[in-house]
Design a protein around this ligand. Structure first.
Ligand code: GUN
Length: 277
């Protein structure tokens, strides 16, 4: 048996097409400001992809590129200016930030209504309590992909591996909201394979290449791979050993072409929603 692919690239294209039509009908076009501090090569690629998606959808984007040595004060001044600019509806600070900058302070400085990444404590709190707010892009993209693929959510056992604020914790909350029974695993989890083998839905967000192997996956499970890693041979690979796991899983996301494009499509959707007010 070989798993059916959950094609994030194709779904993201369809979502962006729908968003494009909505933007076409708007007199004031949505505006997104992206702040990129430092020289992280992966971040540069992500930011370029976000700019391209904005062009496709019709969102006006501005990227503020700052040197690695930028002071926290200067970074905060850029956020303050974007907060006050009425033409800017969304603000995104690309992570990771240079080591000397306090990420928590920076994320808290963004106007929660413009926080299209959903990382502000106010939006994180809204997600936790089920109040209206902006949900983070990768977790939202995962949920859209599961729903579009027809994966049953209600009553399903969802196992999330990885407890980051960006993916692990928020996706666990969204799965819970969708009436899954959720287990959140991490590096200290005992007998991880015994837990992941119980998953109807398995989300891998650990940042370790090919960490999830065939023996860790139940027959027919839906496997979502959030990882973007460099393998020993220099190629791109996920947190899931795709070639092995596709033989047992029912559905699986590829890397690239799975979760990544969905993250960007959700960023576009969040920006549009922020502009619509
Ligand atoms: N770095 C890795 N993923 C993300 C993301 O979703 N948003 C931002 N701002 N930075 C990231």
């Amino acid at each position: 048996m070989s798993a059916v692919l959950m094609d994030g690239k194709a779904l993201a294209e369809r979502i962006k097409e729908t968003l494009r039509e909505r933007v076409d009908g708007m007199t004031i076009k949505p505006g997104l400001t992206v702040i990129l501090a430092g020289e992280d090569p992966a971040s540069k690629v992500y930011v370029r992809n976000k700019e391209r998606a904005c062009e496709t959808v019709g969102i006006r984007s501005r990227v503020i590129r700052l040197p690695d040595a930028v002071s926290q004060e200067e970074l905060l001044a850029h956020i303050d200016a974007a907060n006050r600019d009425e033409a800017v509806h969304g603000i995104l600070v690309q992570l990771p930030l240079p080591r000397h900058i306090d990420g928590a302070v920076v994320l808290k400085a963004i106007d929660p209504k413009k926080d299209v990444d959903g990382f502000h404590v106010e939006n994180a709190g809204a997600l936790l309590s089920g109040a209206p707010g902006i949900a983070p892009c990768t977790p939202s993209g995962i949920m859209e992909l599961l729903k579009d693929s027809g994966v049953p959510l209600e009553g399903a056992h969802a196992v999330v591996v990885g407890r980051s604020n960006i993916v692990g914790k928020p996706v666990a909350l969204l799965l819970l909201q969708a009436n899954c029974t959720v287990t959140l695993c991490h590096s200290k989890t005992r007998d991880l394979a015994a837990v992941t083998r119980q998953a109807d839905i398995l989300v891998a967000a650990v940042g370790r290449p090919r960490f999830i192997t065939r023996d860790m996956v139940k027959n027919g499970a839906a496997v979502v791979d959030v990882g973007v890693n460099r393998c020993a041979d220099g190629s791109l690979c996920g947190d899931v050993d795709f070639e092995q796991v596709r033989e047992v899983a029912g559905r699986i996301t590829p890397v690239p072409g799975g979760v990544g494009p969905m993250t960007i499509a959700m960023l576009m959707a969040n920006t549009l929603r922020a502009a619509e007010g």
